[in-house]
Write a protein that binds this ligand. Structure first.
Ligand SMILES: [Zn+2]
Ligand SMILES: [Zn+2]
Length: 319
């Protein structure tokens, strides 16, 4: 979905990053703003960084270049795909699989454009800070870690969302009653747009007055070895939390939501094949003025959790 330029800080959602050590190996002399450097990578390779139509990260050149498939608005990167590429950056640099990430969108990342990335690790390689974009005017920044000090979504909320992975008859009836609006605002969007032929087409609908839900059967395209592409899995949890906000009465007609920050936690890597399909369950936590905090999770039909996220959406009035 669209990106909030120059989002202000969200202290509640941005846990303090461990201070990154400066004694890190360097692959060049260039040093970015804030002391971030490019670093040699591990042997990690995934769908997002191996040559092919869905490659978005080139670790050899330390660049990000987003193919058109990952558009949110017509000309810039989908916020969820932006968050998803961080899993690749982190897995390529951390000393173990990333389980926690935070992404802040500063301005719309352009498509089909080489954007340099810079990372810095703590002393043991357990925390990575990153920036993407020109030095001094990064379009994306954030951090990732091999441990989650605190859950992104409180355990009671995760359990509550998980309890709706499989719908009751009443919830199914409410879901089926959804009336598609005559116009679609982000029809090209990778996450939800019906006109993005390679997109995920995930249009969550209300299942009661507080929650929304969608079933997801990822296409073969998002197979990454024995796993589901992490970029696709994380991207599936982005605008899906904003799509139902008006239906749930959190926003009114004419208000548009722009993603500011995204916090995510990877509980376990989603498999490419499992019994049943994936279930996405989301519930807005609260709205405070122009900010909406929304929780979301990726589950199997039994409510086993794979990924949880909390997005901060910024409400803009219609132009
Ligand atoms: Zn990768
Ligand atoms: Zn979307």
């Amino acid at each position: 979905m669209v990106i909030e330029p120059g989002t202000s800080s969200d202290a509640e959602l941005a846990p303090s990053t461990s201070t990154c050590a400066s004694s890190v190996s360097r692959c060049g002399d260039e040093e970015g703003a804030g002391g971030l450097r490019c670093l040699p990578v591990t042997s990690h390779r995934c769908l997002s960084c191996t040559p092919g139509p869905d490659r978005i990260v080139d670790h050899d050149r330390t660049i990000v270049n987003a193919p058109r498939v990952f558009r949110g608005p017509a000309t810039s990167l989908h916020g969820g795909a932006a968050a998803g590429l961080v899993a690749c950056l982190a897995d390529a640099h951390l000393n173990g699989p990333a389980v926690r990430f935070n992404v802040r969108l500063h301005s719309p990342p352009p498509l089909l454009t080489d954007l340099a990335y810079r990372v810095e690790l703590d002393e043991v390689g357990g925390v990575m800070r990153f920036e993407i974009g020109p030095v001094g005017s990064a379009v994306l920044s954030g951090w990732a870690a091999t441990e989650a000090a605190e859950p992104v979504v409180p355990a009671d909320i995760v359990a509550e969302l998980a309890g709706h992975a499989t719908l009751s008859a009443a919830e199914q009836t409410r879901f089926d009653a959804y009336e598609r609006p005559p116009t679609e605002e982000f029809s090209q969007c990778f996450g939800c747009g019906s006109s993005n032929e390679d997109g995920l087409h995930l249009r969550t609908r209300a299942i009661d007055d507080h929650r929304a839900w969608i079933r997801w059967c990822p296409s073969e395209r998002w197979r990454d070895g024995n796993d589901l592409s992490m970029l696709a899995a994380i991207a599936a949890l982005d605008c899906t939390s904003a799509f139902p906000l008006q239906e749930l009465g959190v926003t009114v007609e004419g208000e548009t939501c722009l993603l500011g920050t995204y916090d995510g936690q990877i509980h376990q890597r989603p498999p490419v094949a499992m019994k049943g399909d994936f279930r996405i369950v989301t519930a807005p936590r609260f709205r405070q003025g122009r900010k909406i905090y929304a929780d979301i999770g990726l589950f199997n039909p039994e409510g086993e959790v794979f990924i949880t996220g909390c997005a901060t959406w910024i409400v803009l009035a219609a132009a």
